[in-house]
Design a protein around this ligand. Structure first.
Ligand SMILES: [Zn+2]
Ligand SMILES: [Zn+2]
Ligand SMILES: [Zn+2]
Length: 143
């Protein structure tokens, strides 16, 4: 765990009047210890939390993820069919998913800025980059 980031997030919880419980600490440790290219579902996070402390409950982990999402610390994104995965909000990125080989590439969310601006201008619709992947064919599969 990088102490600065952990402390910063804990400070955010305290500022909002939230208690820093064992489950909340464990969830943050799992998220901060996980390389952001690894995509963990809520169930994966619960499993790792229980490896840290078998006394912590799965349902509490899920509620913690909901709370952290409300506070803007984490957000869920969809990378493939099936369960959503969780990212720290400060690591937000746009996924590019290959429909042929399943490769998941990551690009900065700004990669869709021009498209998003055009969609908002023409349709009055505000795109939220990163929530869903862009799908297509990767360089290996088109080459
Ligand atoms: Zn990702
Ligand atoms: Zn969603
Ligand atoms: Zn591919």
């Amino acid at each position: 765990v990088e102490p600065d980031r952990f402390d910063r997030i804990v400070a955010t919880l305290r500022e909002r009047g939230e208690r820093v419980t064992g489950t909340r600490t464990a969830v943050l440790r799992v998220l901060l210890d996980t390389d952001h290219h690894t995509h963990l579902t809520a169930a994966d996070i619960a499993e790792q939390v229980q490896q840290l402390d078998p006394g912590l409950h799965r349902a509490t982990v899920y509620r913690t993820l909901d709370l952290l999402a409300e506070l803007g610390v984490v957000e869920h994104v969809h990378v493939a069919h099936g369960a959503a995965v969780y990212h720290l909000t400060e690591e937000r990125h746009q996924h590019l998913v290959c429909e042929s080989c399943g490769a998941v590439l990551e690009a900065p969310v700004e990669v869709v800025d021009e498209l998003a601006a055009r969609i908002e201008r023409d349709y009055g619709f505000r795109v939220r980059a990163g929530h869903f992947p862009l799908t297509g064919l990767c360089a290996d599969c088109t080459g």
